[in-house]
Design a protein around this ligand. Sequence first.
Ligand code: HEC
Ligand code: HEC
Length: 404
Amino acid sequence: MQKIKIAALGIIFPLSAILSGCGGDTTSNSAAPTVTIAAVTPPPPPATPISGIVDFTTIDVNRLDNYANPVLPAYYDATVAALDNSPNNNPINDRVATLGRVLFYDKRLSVNDTTACASCHQQANGFDDPNRFSTGFSGTAFTSAHAMRLGNIRYYRPGTMFWDKRAASLELQVSQPIIHPIEMGFDATHGGINALLTKLAASTYYPDLFTLAFGNSAITEARIQQALAQFTRAMISAASRWDTAYAQVFNAAAPNRNLNVALAGFSASEELGHQLFMTGPGQGGAGCAACHQPPTFGLAANSLSNGLDANETRIFKSPSLKNVGLSRAFMHDGRFSTLEQVIEHYNSGIQNGPALDNRLKTPGGAPLRLNLTQNEKAALVAFLLTLNDNNLTTDAKFSNPFKK
Ligand code: HEC
Ligand code: HEC
């Protein structure tokens, strides 16, 4: 017990220090909420009380889904593991990630039971929102940024989150939407995170789920953060058509990391787009892979901005491009509604400014102009679509577990 408390404090202090301007009482966790221990249904052997879980969800506590040990392709080796932002004190385990799944899909995490994480991060869209801006709990207020796909969020170094990287870790990020005045509404005027902790403790299934995950029914902000971070970190994308084809190249003479080898099953257009994506502008390519790095297609840690607006000083990240073809709005403000518009931006629209990355400038410092042909632009779009990963968008372990 003492040990858990110390770990929790370690997470909470930086949160209040860094993000105190974001609304909500983030210091709540230092005083553990009063929780009534759920009545244990008569015990033969398995000691975990599960009645509420069975009533509300499809989760089988005796056969939990596998989040901790995913089967990964051979090229998800040490080079990819080095990008993993899992902290030592929150490695994925199936019980905690299962709790995270329930939290992720639970509309009760919003003040008026209307909005879950999954309302804006929809599995069928690669955990993105098909709308440019997302509707918050009130139904009438909208987010000011586009939502983000969550696949391969685990492989982003440093583990800073949000488009502008303002959250220092995934653990610190995942409770921000809950206390956000537009998104889920547990801001200071609605009692802050404490009000949510009390609400969850009064449910019939959370005390059981927290017991399953952590050994006792205490519901704390730190535990919610751990569980949501584990569940989202488990969302690995490694089964797109690009993955299947690249696996053959890699395994043929493992480890063959040559990203330019022609890929089996790719059409002429997809292959042209593949070559353009992987090859630098100096060699006749479009230079995309220098920032959107295979095999995770997460953004290079040292990437600066991509010149959307002139004189931009802010530095943005991009979510992994896996499943980008399932998104319906692109960039931090969702300004583009097609991948064709995205490609035209890189072709002819890069704007200069203090934050523009050198990879998008000519050696003389001017914004890069790729001068792609129509055929080449279409090819880049065709290639991006090979990054769609149906496994992630249909895998039952990432789906809604609620019966009601
Ligand atoms: C009302 C819509 C909405 C809800 C609800 C919502 N999100 Fe988000 N999410 C967004 C938007 C918009 C962004 C980008 C915000 C920004 O960068 O300013 C985002 C960003 C994120 C990111 C950052 C991804 C990255 O690569 O940096 C994570 C992780 C995330 N959300 C997880 C969650 C979790 C977990 C929940 C539930 C507790 C949740 N979201 C609830 C809209 C939502
Ligand atoms: C200097 C690094 C860099 C290079 C090179 C680069 N990008 Fe990006 N890309 C970014 C950044 C940063 C963002 C996020 C920008 C924002 O939203 O403000 C982004 C966003 C995107 C998005 C939108 C992602 C989303 O979820 O909305 C797509 C698609 C994309 N890039 C494709 C490409 C393609 C194709 C190329 C090559 C023609 C390319 N990028 C070259 C840095 C780069």
